[in-house]
Write a protein of this length. Structure first.
Length: 257
């Protein structure tokens, strides 16, 4: 892929957006390639966790390519917006956990990519922002929908309406980042979290993600009904039988061959 670097090791796929000359800004090519890279990792039986990051130490993704956007008309923007939304849905709906290793600026579309990931680990120099109003736009890849669900409506209103930047420490305080670590420890921290996840049942992980995602848009009763259905259904799987047996027998479970 021309805009991405992909490394797979120990069941972990690290997808690096590699456009350092423009602080990893996202254009149509990046959208298409990132969408495909995540789909490929999901379908790869040797991959259990996906990490998305940006090249260098300055930026995760410093937004969409504004120069390219300045040449768009409404129809072009609709196509670009839908492609970006499809890409973020691919990330969000992945049955394999996706961790954002936010190594600097996560602005605009970059923030929206991070929002679509299941877990966000921020380097100390990370900065989050939805600055679209500063150029007369609104977020178009899910920022108005995912940000309120993660940080609450009031804080999302503030971030989106002011367009101001949020530091890594503030992102952690409001629940936008799961943790803040030194830049030098970022990928190691994400990898260690991935290794911790990989000890667990892959079907249980997938069902947990599916239940969380679907339940966020349901009334609590419907969500509980879905949860107990997914919970009980796992009892018919070899994975769950192995997990229960291993616990009773006081041994580590063998979930993956």
């Amino acid at each position: 892929m021309e805009t991405l670097h992909i490394q797979k090791e120990n069941r972990i796929a690290v997808i690096t957006i590699d456009r350092p000359d423009v602080l990893n800004a996202v254009n149509a090519a990046v959208v298409a390639e990132l969408d495909q890279a995540v789909k490929d990792a999901v379908s790869d039986n040797t991959v259990g966790v996906i990490i998305i990051t940006g090249s260098g130490e300055k930026a995760f993704v410093a937004g969409a390519d504004i120069k390219a956007m300045s040449e768009m008309n409404s129809a072009d923007a609709l196509e670009f917006g839908k492609a970006g939304q499809a890409m973020t849905l691919t990330i969000e709906n992945s049955p394999k956990p996706v961790i954002a290793a936010v190594n600097g600026f996560a602005l605009g579309g970059g923030c929206e990519i991070a929002l679509a990931c299941h877990i966000r680990i921020a380097a100390e120099n990370a900065v989050f922002s939805q600055p679209e109003v500063k150029i007369g736009l609104i977020p178009g890849w899910g920022g108005t929908q995912r940000l309120p669900r993660i940080v609450g409506k009031g804080k999302a209103n503030e971030m989106i309406l002011t367009g101001e930047m949020v530091s890594a420490d503030e992102a952690y305080r409001i629940g936008l980042a799961n943790a803040v670590v030194p830049q030098k420890d970022l990928l190691e921290t994400c990898t260690n979290m991935a290794k911790s996840i990989l000890k667990n049942g892959p079907n249980a992980i997938a069902q947990s993600l599916a239940s969380i995602n679907a339940g966020s848009g349901m009334p609590i009763k419907e969500g509980l009904d879905m949860e107990v259905k997914n919970f009980s259904g796992l009892f018919e799987t070899e994975e769950t039988k192995e997990g229960l047996s291993a616990f009773v027998e006081k041994r580590p479970p063998k979930f993956r061959s």
